[in-house]
Design a protein around this ligand. Structure first.
Ligand SMILES: Cc1cc2nc3c(=O)[nH]c(=O)nc-3n(C[C@H](O)[C@H](O)[C@H](O)COP(=O)(O)OP(=O)(O)OC[C@H]3O[C@@H](n4cnc5c(N)ncnc54)[C@H](O)[C@@H]3O)c2cc1C
Length: 400
């Protein structure tokens, strides 16, 4: 169908949407609120094989970004080994999970979008949208307007499009953790390249992985019973984070303190949220995707993955459906159950990170037994997430 689509938001779901719509022959323009590309986003993320498969459906090659992360080890803060497992499955062609810097993924997606000739407009914060003349009229905070046959809200956790579709829609739910991270050089700590090391410390969770060039990528999850405000987070300087992190991990075995001390620049706190269930994803010719519709906590490693899958499935539904209303309905039918299960799984995984000192003891025992069972049987509770396969050429609705 020869639609024109407006995409509000130029993050992972917005850029993936631009690529998917272009591939489906649908004209699109991306409107991003910030006036320049957000390349300084400090964290890294792991793309499991389902995310890599969805990127492949977009003809997007990530093999030059980051590094393969085929194994995961779990240890406790006392240094006791909980277990080691594959970090997701290996596809028949040898593809395994890949860990990439968020900023590099954003940049590569954006460059690909530009190469395919899709327009991206920066400094365009969507303020209002209304159905008009069989399409949608969007108004931006700078007073400008744009029109299209449909509006895709890829505008993240605090989505304006979500609010426009349903003013009563639930918003983001605080997850109890603040993420801090960095990149360390010149230290031998961190384990073998290609392995994600997860350490369930006495007071906080720590993860690190060694890039083949020797740089160690690390992240810590600090517990905060009450949600910090953006102003509180902004007031915490790098020295303060470093001091807190060293204090939190000083009694734990493992590389955390050495890595924190060897890091020049600590990337400051992102608060963990999720958005478990938004009752209305679409109204008239407006729809939300990615974090706007169903953000998940980082623990399950699937937020970006779900955003990319959404983009592929929505473009296929628009490509194959008789009209926009049917395409939106088909999209929701194909996506809702999967993404909400992923959000719930993320919440459960996060629960393991936020336990107090007494509950940590049975947790470590239960995790050790579960890891042994998984190693013996090959039954990974996230298997259903990874084995979802999207094929661009198959009709929408036939994803396995
Ligand atoms: C610390 C951390 C670690 C993570 N680790 C993983 C992982 O290992 N694996 C994984 O798959 N996922 C991970 N995630 C999740 C993943 O990063 C997100 O799920 C993903 O970025 C969501 O993409 P999105 O495009 O929907 O939202 P975003 O990336 O937030 O993009 C939204 C965009 O919309 C723009 N915008 C906002 N409002 C407007 C408006 N009104 N008008 C126009 N533009 C607007 C914003 O500026 C932004 O560019 C992690 C997240 C965090 C915070």
């Amino acid at each position: 169908m020869a639609y024109t689509a407006m995409v509000a938001g130029g993050g992972i779901s917005g850029m993936s949407s631009a690529l998917a719509l272009h591939r489906a022959g649908i004209e699109a323009v991306v409107y991003e609120a910030y006036d320049r590309p957000a390349d300084n986003v400090g964290a890294f993320l792991t793309l499991a094989v389902n995310a890599l498969g969805a990127l492949r459906a977009l003809d997007f090659d990530v093999s030059r970004l980051g590094f393969e992360t085929s194994r995961i080890t779990l240890t406790s803060g006392s240094g006791r080994r909980i277990g080691e497992l594959p970090h997701g499955p290996v596809l028949p062609d040898g593809t395994v999970s890949r860990t990439v810097k968020r900023a590099e993924l954003y940049r590569a997606l954006r460059e690909q979008v530009a190469r395919r000739g899709v327009r991206i407009e920066y400094g365009k914060r969507l303020a209002h949208a209304q159905s008009a003349g069989g399409g949608v009229l969007a108004t931006f905070a700078d007073g400008g307007t744009a029109e299209g046959d449909l509006l895709i809200g890829a505008d993240g956790l605090r989505s304006r499009v979500r609010e426009i579709i349903d003013p009563g829609a639930p918003g983001a739910r605080y997850g109890g953790l603040v993420n801090v991270g960095g990149y360390a050089r010149g230290v031998s700590a961190g384990g073998r390249p290609g392995t994600m090391n997860a350490i369930f410390g006495r007071r906080a969770f720590f993860a690190c992985a060694v890039h083949p060039d020797g740089e160690v990528w690390w992240a810590a999850n600090l517990m905060r019973a009450t949600e910090p405000t953006p102003a509180e987070l902004a007031s915490i300087g790098e020295h303060q984070w470093r001091a807190e992190l060293v204090d939190v991990f000083r009694r734990d075995h493992g590389p955390a303190v050495a890595l924190i001390e060897a890091t020049d620049r600590i990337s400051t706190g992102w608060v963990t949220y999720d958005v478990p269930s938004v009752p209305r994803w679409h109204r008239d010719r407006m729809i939300i995707i990615g974090d706007a519709a169903h953000a998940t906590v980082p623990s399950v490693g699937q937020g970006a993955a779900m955003a990319i899958e959404d983009a592929v499935v929505l473009a296929k539904c628009l490509r194959d459906g008789p009209d926009i209303a049917s395409a939106f309905a088909a999209y929701e039918r194909l996506r809702r159950d999967r993404v909400e299960r992923v959000v719930a799984q993320g919440r459960r995984t996060d629960g393991w990170k936020t336990l107090g000192p007494i509950a940590r003891i049975p947790r470590d025992l239960i995790m050790t037994l579960a890891m042994k069972h998984m190693a013996r049987t090959g039954n990974d509770p996230n298997q259903w997430i990874y084995e979802h396969h999207l094929d661009w050429d198959e009709p929408a609705g036939s994803s396995r």
